[in-house]
Design a protein around this ligand. Structure first.
Ligand code: CA
Length: 237
């Protein structure tokens, strides 16, 4: 069903060999693929071709992958799979913080890349087509803006609802306070990121079994927050 109208992928990668190999293989899988060899061209094509998914190399000439992401995220929610040659944890977190949905460290296998691509496109399809999100026992109806915890209605303020929806929409991705502030409160909002912390605390009191040991709304120290409906928390607070 997904491939009936071809899904469009933009591949931004400066290594010509890798770019050509990936393009060939993605086309073989039935995707419509456009490519860019540097960051500026990548950003231009992302805006012009409105792809369903972007595969983005971190290290690019001109404008690097992170700068591209930041520019892109001002007006686009397109799923981004980040490719990085650097393996340190910091790079992974920075990649997610800027709003990448997933990442792969080079070298990776083709099978692994295709699996991630399929997963991201499926997830994006679900969130755009469906008006209801459910995870970790929490259900949000985005049309009526009603929230439930199990069978119990949740009484959320409009900002609490929007904040929770933003985190659930990007389940398991770490979203920074700045990003959440921008997405939920808007660019013009003059408050600071403590606003986010306060609303997270209120949300925890409403949705966590034990608000002092949050399982769903997890803090990622020094970075921000993530929603994890699996209810496991490896981070020590
Ligand atoms: Ca590169």
């Amino acid at each position: 069903m997904a491939n009936e109208s071809k899904q469009r992928i933009l591949l931004v990668e400066d290594e010509a060999d890798l770019r050509n190999t990936l393009k060939l293989n993605l086309k073989e899988q039935g995707y419509k693929v456009s490519t860019a060899g540097n960051g500026f061209e990548g950003l231009e094509k992302a805006r012009e071709k409105t792809p369903d998914l972007i595969i983005l190399d971190l290290m690019l000439p001109g404008m690097d992958g992170l700068s591209l992401m930041r520019a892109l995220r001002q007006d686009s929610d397109v799923p981004v799979l980040m490719l990085t040659a650097r393996t340190s944890e910091m790079d992974k977190i920075v990649g997610l913080e800027t709003g990448a949905d997933d990442y792969l460290t080079k070298p990776f296998s083709l099978g692994e890349l295709l699996a991630r691509v399929r997963a991201l496109l499926r997830r994006a399809e679900r969130t755009t087509v469906r008006d209801v999100m459910t995870s970790g026992g929490i259900t949000l109806d985005l049309v009526s803006r009603r929230a439930m915890a199990g069978d119990e209605p949740l009484n959320l303020s409009p900002k609490e609802f929007s904040l929770l929806a933003e985190l659930m929409r990007h389940e398991r991705a770490v979203l920074s306070r700045d990003l959440l502030l921008t997405r939920v409160w808007g660019y013009d909002y003059m408050g600071d990121t403590r606003t986010v912390d306060v609303h997270i605390r209120w949300l925890r009191e409403k949705i966590e079994q034990d608000p002092s040991r949050p399982m769903l709304l997890q803090t990622v120290r020094g970075i921000g927050y993530r929603f994890d409906g699996s209810g496991t928390n490896d981070e020590s607070e």
